[in-house]
Design a protein around this ligand. Structure first.
Ligand code: IVH
Length: 652
């Protein structure tokens, strides 16, 4: 490699990285990138005097400092005034219009992370400074250089301060915390703390390992001539920075409200955490006229999203027993309104979680509710303890049937097959969508059927009659007949549904399909050798199946007689085609129901799996494909849209 080639290679690497980290749209594979990177590294080792400031090798996080020095921002970093509802927004707008009538607004997300000021001189990143008190922050340039969405060099040559927020994507945050839990380290309470903590590491290799992302939101000192902030921001993005997931210019109240609604509605689907929307006067001249109060710019405001975190108190810890006997603890908290929903319980996952977070009854805690997920406790306010808190003792007996629990460490299990909770939950599972898909068997009805003594196991469901059902409170002719009809329609279902509905531990939908195709009703006589010979079925599954059949043989046969599930047609070995024997993931919305596409591909001999890994052969994506698609791109898995998929099918 000569100097000329070296410069070209650095440029090429930066282009690859820009597409990968900024545009989320990889141009090549890791392998190609790594090879070129090593060639560049080799050249640099032999020609130290030629090392380019923009070389990706200059990002390596291997410096360890013994403290950060302070550094002054070239111009002050301000903070924002908050508004929380449309009335406050209207007031802010009235105030602002009084200063200047002819203005429009630039809206973008308020990212929840740590703010950072970047100084570029002569196109080279020279300083990365934390916000600090707004005037002076800490110099963390080495750490900042490890962040791949921050260009080391830009085309713009005049001195400029580029400001933005450093965030950790939600998925990455979960991963970091899982890893920390495994290593018995304290968990980060939220992505914001994780981002701030990762930025201020003395060992920059830790910062480098955290996959931080930089999202620019403005400029400090600059000589840019654009008249509108929106144009300045477009210019900044063009220098190699990431764009927000949503931005808009608005003329006034109604348009601002509409963008806010949209952003709030979609906030769960964005990769980063947002805590609101920032509204800024778009005209730079007007911004300058309006100026600042002691704390905040007058031309900008943060319109916060409804809180998803609230402080409440743990009143009690109750136990739930699932169909497999697994006992899960749930915290009952003082009812709190979070974003319009009254939250009364929070999941505790398992007993280790209670120990790890040291959650005690009567503790004040912060709970998080986001999207449709079950609220969880993210932090215990231990400094607010007053001695009234009571440590939680692991139960030794089933809260429902009182039989002794099996302690498996993280999990506690009720082993009594007749335990009421287990029976009720197995009936609900039996009727659920991926099983026999029987309408009208929700929690309330199943409990009523069980408590009345009419149904003690799934087999009893099929002895129900109109007369029997009419004895139950709330059951009139129509409701009773509907239930009988849907029970009737469960007969003659696909065979795999029958296997799945039995609720055999470790055997889910995919394994049920495999067993069904391979054995049909013969699955109860399959030997261990035959079972493990099936694709994707391991020892643990085989043992669980054999044990289940041993204990429940009569019930299985009886149910089979009642339900008459369809014996699967021995699938003709699919003829050669691009999907035969391949592992395929479907994601996003398609023009046909997902199940139909699944069926087509399965008939071609493909195996449909739910998550993307290195072993995945194809990802077929529809509209609004999300993280599975991204992961496939990361791993270099071939992605096909629906049309490309059909093309391949037709070729076959
Ligand atoms: S503008 C001129 N825009 O929120 C005003 N700030 O209280 C300077 N933040 O410290 C801030 N997203 O760290 C602005 N789109 C955004 C932002 C944003 C997050 C943070 C920033 C700042 C704080 C303001």
């Amino acid at each position: 490699m000569n100097l000329e080639q070296y410069k070209k290679a650095v440029e090429q690497l930066n282009l690859y990285a820009y597409h990968y980290y900024v545009l989320d749209d990889a141009l090549t594979t890791d392998e190609v990138y790594d090879k070129l990177y090593h060639e560049v590294l080799e050249y640099e080792e032999a020609n130290k005097e030629h090392i380019s400031a923009s070389s990706p090798t200059q990002r390596v996080g291997d410096s360890v400092s013994d403290g950060f020095t302070k550094a002054a921002h070239l111009s002050r970093m301000w903070s924002l005034e908050d508004v929380f509802n449309s009335e406050d927004l209207e007031k802010w707008l009235t105030k602002t219009y009084k200063l200047d009538k002819n203005i429009s607004f630039y809206c973008e997300p308020k990212y929840d992370g740590a703010s950072l000021n970047l100084i570029y001189e002569d196109g080279i990143l020279t300083h990365g400074i934390t916000r600090g008190d707004g005037e002076i922050g800490e110099l963390i340039t080495q750490n900042v250089k490890t962040i791949r969405s921050i260009p080391l060099t830009i085309e713009h040559k005049e001195k400029i301060e580029i400001r933005g927020e450093v965030v950790i994507y939600k998925e990455e945050f979960e991963k970091i915390n899982q890893e920390r839990a495994k290593n018995k380290e304290a968990l980060f309470a939220n992505p914001r703390n994780a981002a701030a903590g990762s930025l201020r590491q003395l060992d920059s290799s830790i910062t480098a390992s955290r996959n931080l992302v930089f999202l620019p939101y403005g400029v400090g000192e600059n000589l840019l001539e654009q008249k509108l902030l929106s144009q300045k921001m477009d210019y900044i993005y063009s220098q190699g920075f990431k764009k927000p997931p949503l931005r808009a210019t608005c003329s006034g109240f109604e348009e601002i409200e509409a963008v806010y609604e949209e952003m709030n509605k979609n906030r769960d689907s964005y990769e980063m955490m947002l805590d609101g929307m920032v509204i800024k006067v778009d005209e730079i001249a007007s911004q300058i006229d309006m100026g600042y109060t002691v704390k905040n710019p007058r031309f900008s405001v943060a319109y916060k999203f409804p809180a998803v975190e609230k402080i409440t108190r743990v009143k009690e810890i109750i136990l739930q027993v699932g169909r497999t006997g697994a006992v899960t603890p749930v915290a009952i908290v003082e009812p709190t309104n979070i974003d319009g929903v009254v939250v009364e319980r929070a999941t505790l996952h398992n007993f280790d979680e209670i120990d790890r977070k040291d959650i005690r009854i009567n503790d004040k805690v912060i709970i998080l509710r986001s999207g449709d997920v079950i609220p969880k406790i993210i932090k215990v306010l231990t400094h607010e303890r007053d001695g009234s808190e009571v440590e939680y003792k692991r139960p030794t007996e089933c809260p429902v049937c009182k039989s002794e629990l099996l302690d498996e460490g993280v999990l506690l299990k009720c082993q009594n097959l007749r335990c009421e909770a287990r029976v009720i939950n197995s009936i609900i599972y039996f009727a659920s969508k991926p099983c026999l898909n029987i309408d009208g068997l929700g929690v309330k009805i199943v409990e009523a059927l069980f408590n009345s003594g009419l149904v003690k196991s799934v087999v009893d469901l099929f002895d129900l009659t109109l007369e029997k059902l009419l004895t139950l409170e709330g059951f009139k002719d129509k409701k009773a007949q509907n239930l009988l009809d849907s029970l009737e329609s469960a007969k003659g279902s696909e065979y795999w549904r029958f296997i799945n509905s039995l609720g055999i531990e470790h055997i889910g939908e995919v394994a049920s399909k495999t067993l069904s195709t391979n054995f049909g009703s013969g699955f109860i006589d399959a030997t261990k050798e035959q079972i493990v010979a099936c694709d994707g079925v391991g020892e643990e599954m085989a043992e669980s199946l054999l044990e289940f059949v041993r204990v429940n043989r009569d019930t299985i046969l009886r149910l089979q007689e009642i339900l008459q599930p369809l014996e699967p047609l021995k699938r003709e070995e699919a003829k050669e085609n691009p999907f035969k024997g391949k592992s395929v993931v479907l994601t996003g919305s398609m023009s046909e129901p997902r199940d139909k596409i699944k069926e087509t591909l399965e008939s071609l001999g493909a195996k449909i799996v739910s998550s993307v890994s290195k072993k995945t052969d194809f990802v077929i994506y529809g509209e609004d494909a999300g993280s599975k698609y991204d992961k496939a791109m990361d791993l270099g898995v071939e992605c096909l849209n629906e049309e490309e998929m059909r093309g391949k099918i037709e070729q076959a």
